[in-house]
Structure formats: C-alpha cells, structure tokens
Design a protein around this ligand. Structure first.
Ligand code: SF4
Length: 280
C-alpha cells in the first residue's frame, strides 16, 4: 500500500509540500501524483520531470483523456468561477480512483500544497477526501511565501516554471483557468496571445454549440447588473485602446485539488443558468 501521496499539481506549493513530506518520511515512502488536463504548459512537463528526478521518487502520471473544453462539451456547460467540472472530472475524480485502488485509508496520508494563507480551503479538502487523512505541510512552520519557495527551488538548480515568470499565480492548464478572473485572462492575452485566441475561439464554439449567448467564462457588472463578458469582448476592448475596464483584483485562483465542483456530469445535466441580465 502507498503510504504518503502528494497531490502534485506542478505548482510551487505542491513542490514545497512534497519536499517536506520526503524530508520527513523518505523518498521511498512518498508518491507524487499528477493529473494531466492535456492543456498544460510545455514547461510544466519539464518541471515535473526535473523535480521528480531530484526527489528520486516515481511520479504517478494520470489522465482522464479529455481536456477542459471536451469536458464542457460533454456536460453542456461552460466552466466558470462558480462551477468548474473540469476540475472535478480531470483532477479529483481521476486522482480518487487511483487512490482508492492503491491506498488504504488506515495507512495512507494525502498531502496538498496549500499554505498558511489558504487554510480556509482545508476543511473542504478534508471532507471530500474522507476517510483518508489529509495534511497541508506548507501550512505549518516554518511559514514560507511563494517567493521563498521559488528561491529554494533555484537553490537546487531547478528553473522556476515559466508561468510564474510570466506573472501567473499558478502553473495549471497552461495559464488558462475558468476559475480565474479578468486580470488573469488579461495577463494571458498579453503574454501568450495565440493561446488566448485558442481559448477565445473555444468559448465561441461552445456558445454556438449550446445555442446560447447568455453564458461565458467571465462576467462583469454593468450599471449594477451582472453580464456575460466573453474572451472576445475582453480582447477587442483591450485592443481598441479605449480603456478596458478590467478589475485588476479579479485574479481568481485555481485550487483543483482544493475546491470541489461536482456539478452536472452528464449530457442529461441541468441547463446552465443564464448570467443574469446577460445578453451581449
Ligand atoms: S486549472 Fe482551471 S481550467 Fe484547469 S482543470 Fe482546474 S479549474 Fe479547470
């Protein structure tokens, strides 16, 4: 039975957590587990391989086989900050299946990379991974912020995942995330315009597939009313140079192992609600 499983997302927090678990329990007793969404940044794969080699651990590499857009099509729902079925179906469900097949709740502890500043997420994680015991090593002393973790990574000669260098707050889904906010998508547009355009096109295709113009990943409030705010609108307004009103604090955050979105899981699912007042 596998004794210590680290939910290894490719983020700096999960690396630092894995390092602490290995320091405590030894590399032979620790299994980092990665779930691939198939739209990861190419540099994430470099990071995973280098860090697993450095740990001396065998990395478990899982995938559902779909990417987030294929999931959205299957469940007829465009993921957003409220419901992100990609997270449940591509990350949590895949990981759960492996854990149930390879671990024993009486002997196995699971570890997540959240730190002391994200402790509000822990209760939900513990509840959803029951009966397994869950720990968050980076919520314990010595407390480190992300810059300190990155410095530790550099100290052992491993390059920082490039998405951090490009200003992203996480290293998931290649800088895309339906849970992220306007500022995050604006950063994607500025730093990787081709990738942004790909997701913009996918969002348009989904709206056409659903026959809906009242759903989108992002929303914004206009005159007190919440409206759809498509990736196309965001790009066009930014390109117009007329002053895009983006909420720079709307960065959002990804917590694929830390936030649970079961949501509709089949094509017989309930219909995605309209963004209220939301026709664009
Ligand atoms: S990072 Fe965002 S888009 Fe990717 S699987 Fe998680 S919630 Fe979905």
């Amino acid at each position: 039975m596998v004794k210590h499983v680290v939910m290894y997302s490719g983020g700096i927090g999960s690396w630092a957590a894995a390092k602490r678990v290995i320091d405590k329990h030894g590399k032979d007793n620790v299994t980092p587990l990665f779930t691939d969404t198939l739209i990861e940044d190419e540099d994430l794969y470099r990071f995973l391989k280098q860090t697993a080699d450095n740990f001396g651990c065998e990395l478990v590499w899982l995938k559902d086989g779909r990417n987030p857009w294929e999931v959205f099509k299957d469940v007829r729902w465009i993921g957003n900050s409220r419901i992100a079925q990609c997270s449940h179906l591509l990350k949590q469900k895949v990981a759960r299946k492996w854990v149930d097949a390879n671990c024993n709740p009486d002997e196995t502890t699971l570890y997540v990379g959240i730190d002391w500043s994200e402790m509000h997420r822990l209760n939900s994680i513990v509840k959803h991974w029951a009966p397994y015991k869950v720990e968050a090593p980076m919520s314990e002393e010595p407390y480190l912020d992300k810059h300190q973790m990155i410095r530790q990574l550099r100290d052992i000669g491993i390059k920082t995942p490039r998405l951090y260098e490009l200003g992203f707050s996480h290293n998931n889904c290649g800088g895309f995330c339906v849970r992220a906010g306007q500022a995050h998508f604006l950063n994607l547009l500025k730093t990787m315009p081709e990738r942004y355009k790909h997701h913009e096109q996918k969002e348009q295709e989904m709206r056409e597939y659903l026959g809906r113009d009242d759903v989108s990943i992002l929303t914004r409030t206009v005159d007190g009313e919440e409206q759809t705010f498509t990736l196309r609108q965001l790009r066009e307004e930014w390109e117009s140079g007329l002053g895009l009103q983006v909420d720079l604090f709307d960065l959002g955050g990804c917590g694929c192992f830390a936030q649970y979105d079961e949501g509709p899981q089949g094509i017989e699912s309930t219909e995605q609600p309209s963004v209220s007042g939301g026709r664009t």
